[in-house]
Design a protein. Structure first.
Lengths: 115, 118
């Protein structure tokens, strides 16, 4: 029943490891996003995909690689994790067609802790 | 680039009273969207209210309303009859209506923590 679901909810790992966060939406939306919320709660966009194509790629280290196998999925893979990567990562989606003021629908976030 | 500023890191209100959260933004665009999102301790991001810049009428959603002052680039949120469940962090956000690589991107303010006292 969940609209935007992310797994896992919590991820604790050591520096240097590679990890992935998965995101799926069942809303039929054509655009998906990854946002990062840092320790000060500031939210910043990382990536946006529209119909599996990369639209937005903010200044994110290339250790972060999003992958969109289809419109309903946008996964985030992170290589060589660093302490500064510790944050909450939110997946979100919306429809670019239809109602122009349609809001983002967010997942519940993945808290990544790098030790 | 657009920026969003929430100048109140923390606010508090008594249950059943009214509180206003401030938000200002900077943009050279004439058409855009503004949003308020709520993030309770569960960390879920919940849409509270939205406003289209081309609409002069202020948006309202039950106990939530906005005061949109386009010329002043101000978008404050008023919560009436505050309830304990309103306690959360509130984020103001801006979205362009232009196409291109910024389309759909939300730019957030720093957030305001709202405490509701019984």
């Amino acid at each position: 029943d969940t609209a935007v679901s992310q797994t896992p909810k919590y991820l604790v790992t050591q520096m240097g490891n590679d990890k992935s966060i998965k995101c799926e939406q069942n809303l039929g939306h054509d655009t998906m996003y990854w946002y990062k919320q840092d320790s000060k709660k500031f939210l910043k966009i990382m990536f946006s995909y529209n119909n599996k194509e990369l639209i937005i790629n903010e200044t994110v280290p290339n250790r972060f690689s999003p992958k969109s196998p289809d419109k309903a999925h946008l996964n985030l893979h992170i290589n060589s994790l660093e302490l500064g990567d510790s944050a909450v990562y939110f997946c979100a989606s919306r429809s670019e067609v239809g109602t122009p003021n349609s809001p983002l629908h967010f997942g519940n976030g993945t808290r990544l802790t790098v030790t | 680039a657009q920026t969003v500023t929430q100048s109140q890191p923390e606010m508090s209100v008594q249950e059943a009273e009214t509180v206003t959260l401030s938000c200002t933004y900077d943009t050279s665009e004439s058409d855009y969207y503004l949003f308020w999102y709520k993030q309770p301790p569960s960390r879920q991001m919940i849409l509270v209210i939205r406003q289209e810049a081309y609409k002069q009428q202020n948006a309202t959603e039950n106990r939530f309303s906005v005061n949109f002052q386009k010329a002043a680039k101000s978008f404050s949120l008023k919560i009436s009859d505050s309830q304990l469940g309103d306690a959360a962090m509130y984020f103001c956000a801006y979205r362009t209506r232009r196409g291109g690589t910024s389309y759909g991107k939300l730019t957030f303010g720093q957030g305001t923590i709202l405490t509701v006292h019984p």
